[in-house]
Design a protein around this ligand. Structure first.
Ligand SMILES: [Cu+2]
Length: 455
């Protein structure tokens, strides 16, 4: 489950080797999903290897019976699922990626509702089309189910009003483009109020990618918004929106930083019981004869506080309940093992190699936790989407450079967005606060980077 709190129901959360062992081929597992406070769009996906690439779907949670939306009722609701598509079998792509030690092969296309769009001859007939009636309101329920890339999305000549993110209402935010990282969901209103010529308009998405020298799929996926009635011939070429440039960090964070929570804050945000300060980096492992495809023949890895997660032999939840020793450690460091200039481009090589471990940090039920994620320049600086399983968190701070407790004020303790995936800016940091009743007191939550690099 992606973004479902699942109170006292951690067995049905899903992450492989955290709350359950992977479901074996031919086997089955019934998930019982308990919804409690989610509202709007969230989603679910397969969680082992790269099965998420093709096994995913939106979950729509409607307002409680007798209550309505905190925004004008839409005329129609439309799922917009972004995906990433490779010509080869996805397992082959993954196996090659893991075997090489280098970055994964770039995808061949992004998709909107399963279709790359009519820039691709193979998809031109089946391009996703949204037929709209003049002067109506459409609720677009967007999910970014791509494997690796954060996306900019825009509809030509129309603006979008965000009303919810990651299953929680937001104050209405009207923009002519949105940013959606892997793992995130956005509910957006689209008003079909374009004055004549009403015509046909592309909706388009392409990557927001900032890593210097890091390859990425730079293609554009499209769908079409077309007005019903006499206004237009279906032969007219739709108007194309101009998306922010691939590495436009200003545009990305202007959008992300403008989101505000609509509902009252759920717990006191001005204090916390535990702080976990963690670096988030790309690392490398040495490779025999320097024969891997990562930098200088190494093999790529990912690390938090210099620990690269190692999958245990059985799931952590089972080991916890059954008191099985030797499956995980309880010493996930609450701060980086070494303080260096995290965002300097000139870092000593010894920092590159992380430890391999399965480390957990135990937290008290009903306590509050602050996590500061610090991006680093190791191998390559990137924007990292960080996802918390089981519960949303408030994004209370974000900035560029090295986090400095004294200098960096928290941006928002009043109405910060309540999300399950935070985008840690390139060469920057992000601070979240959450309360530990995520999956009941007796379980593990799992913080992971939605980028595919560590898979
Ligand atoms: Cu997920």
């Amino acid at each position: 489950m992606h973004g479902v709190k699942q109170p006292r129901n951690p067995r049905s959360d899903g992450p492989a080797y955290i709350t359950q062992c992977p479901i074996q081929p031919g086997d089955s597992f019934n998930y019982m999903i308990i919804f409690s406070m989610e509202v709007g769009t969230i989603w679910c996906h397969a969680h082992s290897d790269w099965s998420r690439a093709t096994v995913h779907g939106a979950i729509v949670v409607y307002p409680k019976r007798g209550t309505g939306y905190p925004f004008p009722t839409p005329h129609e609701e439309v799922p917009i699922i972004f995906g990433e598509w490779w010509k080869e079998d996805i397992m082959q792509v993954l196996n090659e990626f893991v075997a090489s030690g280098g970055p994964p092969r770039d995808s061949d296309a992004y998709t909107i509702n399963g279709q790359p769009g009519d820039f691709y001859p193979c998809s031109s007939q089946d391009t996703f089309k949204l037929n709209v009636t003049y002067r109506k309101r459409y609720l677009l329920r967007m999910v970014n189910a791509a494997m690796n890339e954060i996306l900019f999305f825009k509809i030509a000549n129309h603006s979008l009003t965000v009303v919810a993110s990651d299953g929680s209402y937001t104050k209405p935010l009207t923009k002519d483009y949105v940013v959606i990282s892997t793992g995130q969901a956005l509910d957006c209103l689209l008003e079909s109020n374009h004055v004549p010529p009403r015509g046909r308009y592309y909706m388009a998405a392409r990557a927001y990618a900032t890593g210097v020298g890091v390859p990425f799929d730079n293609t554009t996926t499209t769908g079409i918004v077309q007005y019903n009635g006499d206004f237009v011939s279906t032969n007219t070429t739709p108007v194309l929106p101009s998306l922010p440039y691939y590495n436009d960090t200003t545009a990305a964070f202007e959008f992300i930083g403008s989101l505000r929570s609509l509902d009252p804050i759920l717990f006191q945000l001005n204090k916390y019981d535990t702080r976990i300060y963690s670096t988030v980096s790309i690392n490398t492992f040495p490779c025999q004869n320097n024969s891997c495809a990562g930098p200088n023949g190494t093999s790529l890895a990912a690390g938090m506080n210099n620990i690269s997660f190692e999958s245990p032999r059985i799931d952590i939840l089972q080991a916890y309940y059954n008191h099985i020793n030797g499956v995980y450690g309880t010493q996930f460091p609450t701060e980086p093992p070494l303080y260096y200039n995290f965002t300097s481009t000139d870092l000593p090589l010894f920092l590159l190699t992380p430890k391999r471990a399965t480390e957990v940090r135990m937290l008290e039920y009903n306590s509050t936790v602050e996590m500061v994620f610090q991006g680093t320049e190791l191998v390559s600086a990137l924007d990292h989407p960080m996802h918390l399983h089981g519960f949303n968190f408030y994004i209370v701070g974000r900035g560029f450079g090295n986090f400095d407790e004294k200098k960096d004020p928290l941006n928002n303790l009043v109405d910060p967005p309540f999300r399950n995936t935070v985008l840690v800016p390139i060469n920057g940091w992000a601070t979240i606060r959450s309360m530990v009743y995520a999956l009941s007191s007796r379980t593990s939550t799992y913080m992971g980077d939605e980028h595919g690099v560590h898979s």
